[in-house]
Design a protein around this ligand. Structure first.
Ligand SMILES: *[C@@H]1O[C@H](CO)[C@@H](O)[C@H](O)[C@H]1NC(C)=O
Ligand SMILES: *[C@@H]1O[C@H](CO)[C@@H](O)[C@H](O)[C@H]1NC(C)=O
Ligand SMILES: *[C@@H]1O[C@H](CO)[C@@H](O)[C@H](O)[C@H]1NC(C)=O
Ligand SMILES: *[C@@H]1O[C@H](CO)[C@@H](O)[C@H](O)[C@H]1NC(C)=O
Ligand SMILES: *[C@@H]1O[C@H](CO)[C@@H](O)[C@H](O)[C@H]1NC(C)=O
Ligand SMILES: *[C@@H]1O[C@H](CO)[C@@H](O)[C@H](O)[C@H]1NC(C)=O
Ligand SMILES: *[C@@H]1O[C@H](CO)[C@@H](O)[C@H](O)[C@H]1NC(C)=O
Ligand SMILES: *[C@@H]1O[C@H](CO)[C@@H](O)[C@H](O)[C@H]1NC(C)=O
Ligand SMILES: *[C@@H]1O[C@H](CO)[C@@H](O)[C@H](O)[C@H]1NC(C)=O
Length: 365
């Protein structure tokens, strides 16, 4: 095996494991890694592959068309989940969406923080003339009196502009330029601010089935009954998403465990997201090749031949060394690789389940 590839594999696993742990960490209980900020404003058109350093397709695979990205449930009990790797600490989220149609199917675009503050748009698949607004503070799902219902025409066949405006004083839901709902920081519904969403959030886009026998009766009713799986696939489509962070920060950290906005440290600097967004698109390899002259081409060929010879020599040397190192040591190294892969799987499962339970299951009871 190529030693470099081996090393990269390890590094990648370690990085993914780290990213997962971060998602897992609830700052109300623990000291968690910093949340990388968006720190700017940007519009993503979903007619071409999203930058995977900014967005993570945690479940499922999107299909990009000239209209936008399709998020489809293609198999029984399947679901999709796209999430941003960046966070905003107050800001605007504008999504242009066609909901998935079908009883028991939920399309959602939400902002969610590490301590489970949440601001939602949710489309319930049996009703193509409406959308629901909702919010949660610190994962408090003891009551479900916070939801709002709003009329939209042909929500499954037409893109509409669903915009959330969020600052420390108020929360607003806008549809196609009309303000349809406001929640103030301090009112009974927010338990006078205590359950007002107020910590750095990331964007999550999901199409998922609530109409499953394993769900509570309340949830099944909310979704309009059990999913009829003969009608697969169920497809939600997103044309574009604009996200604006109200801070031009590098990252956000929690000080203490209150989860209140004044406990959030705004670390200044350029965010990696901003740097990534602003970098000029990389030239393709063949463009770069064409940019070089003939002389340079010949030089590159010669260089490549020398490099190839060196690489072969290196490989031979490496193989001999590996043989000397002995079977046990190699077996241990391989065992390590396997066990971290298993651990990673377990972590992901655990996180998805907890995420699922925390954010969705108890929504409507
Ligand atoms: C803190 O952690 C405990 C156990 O890990 C959990 O039961 C509890 O719900 C957590 N509290 C919060 C506020 O997340
Ligand atoms: C995506 O849509 C935008 C806006 O219409 C357009 O500028 C861009 O060229 C499109 N990209 C692709 C790959 O079609
Ligand atoms: C769909 O939602 C809209 C807006 O809340 C509501 O007016 C309408 O009655 C709902 N339709 C059904 C079939 O529940
Ligand atoms: C959770 O929300 C309910 C109703 O909104 C409220 O009565 C309760 O005090 C909240 N619990 C916490 C821990 O904030
Ligand atoms: C979407 O709605 C928001 C809120 O009204 C508005 O600021 C924004 O300009 C709208 N976007 C488009 C593309 O019209
Ligand atoms: C929210 O605050 C505004 C003024 O800032 C007020 O006009 C409005 O009635 C409040 N809404 C609620 C639901 O308390
Ligand atoms: C889907 O989930 C239900 C439980 O809600 C289960 O009974 C069923 O066997 C699952 N189907 C598949 C194909 O996994
Ligand atoms: C499921 O959908 C199919 C096709 O639309 C229909 O023929 C069938 O009756 C539906 N099943 C149930 C239980 O509604
Ligand atoms: C942020 O990036 C800009 C260029 O885009 C640069 O001028 C500035 O020095 C950077 N700031 C920090 C704190 O690195």
């Amino acid at each position: 095996m190529n030693p470099l590839r081996f090393l990269w594999g390890f590094l990648l696993l370690a990085l993914i494991a780290f990213a997962d742990e971060q998602t897992d960490c609830n700052p109300l209980n623990k000291t968690c890694p910093a949340d990388p900020a968006l720190g700017t404003e940007h519009t993503w058109w979903l007619n071409s592959t999203l930058d995977d350093s900014l967005w993570d397709m945690a479940t499922g695979t999107p299909e990009y068309t000239s209209d936008g990205a399709e998020f489809s449930i293609k198999t029984e009990n399947g679901s999709t989940l796209l999430e941003s790797n960046f966070y905003i600490f107050f800001g605007v989220m504008e999504a242009h969406v066609k909901m998935a149609k079908g009883a028991g199917i939920i399309s959602s675009v939400i902002l969610q923080s590490d301590d489970l503050d949440e601001i939602d748009w949710e489309w319930v698949g049996y009703n193509t003339s409406g959308v629901q607004s909702d919010f949660f503070g610190k994962g408090n799902t003891t009551t479900s009196d916070r939801g709002g219902n709003h009329a939209v025409s042909n929500a499954d066949t037409e893109f509409h502009n669903y915009t959330t405006y969020w600052d420390q004083d108020r929360l607003e839901w806008w549809i196609d330029g009309d303000l349809v709902r406001t929640v103030n920081y301090s009112e009974p519904l927010t338990v006078y601010g205590k359950n007002y969403p107020q910590t750095p959030c990331r964007v999550k886009v999901s199409c998922w089935p609530v109409g499953l026998a394993s769900q509570s009766i309340g949830n099944i009713e909310w979704g309009g009954g059990l999913v009829n799986w003969t009608n697969l696939p169920f497809t939600m489509e997103v044309q574009k998403i604009r996200v604006k962070d109200f801070h031009t920060a590098k990252e956000y950290t929690y000080s203490g465990h209150t989860g209140s906005y004044d406990s959030i440290n705004v670390i200044s600097g350029n965010s990696t997201a901003k740097t990534e967004i602003e970098k000029t698109p990389a030239k393709s390899l063949s463009d770069k090749w064409d940019d070089l002259g003939t002389g340079a081409h010949i030089g590159v060929y010669v260089g490549a031949a020398v490099a190839g010879a060196l690489a072969i020599a290196g490989l031979v040397w490496y193989c001999i060394r590996q043989r000397r190192k002995g079977r046990l040591e190699r077996a241990l190294a391989e065992g390590d690789e396997n066990s971290s892969a298993t651990e990673l799987d377990a972590l992901k499962k655990q996180w998805r389940q907890s995420d699922w339970n925390a954010s969705y299951t108890p929504l409507k009871q």
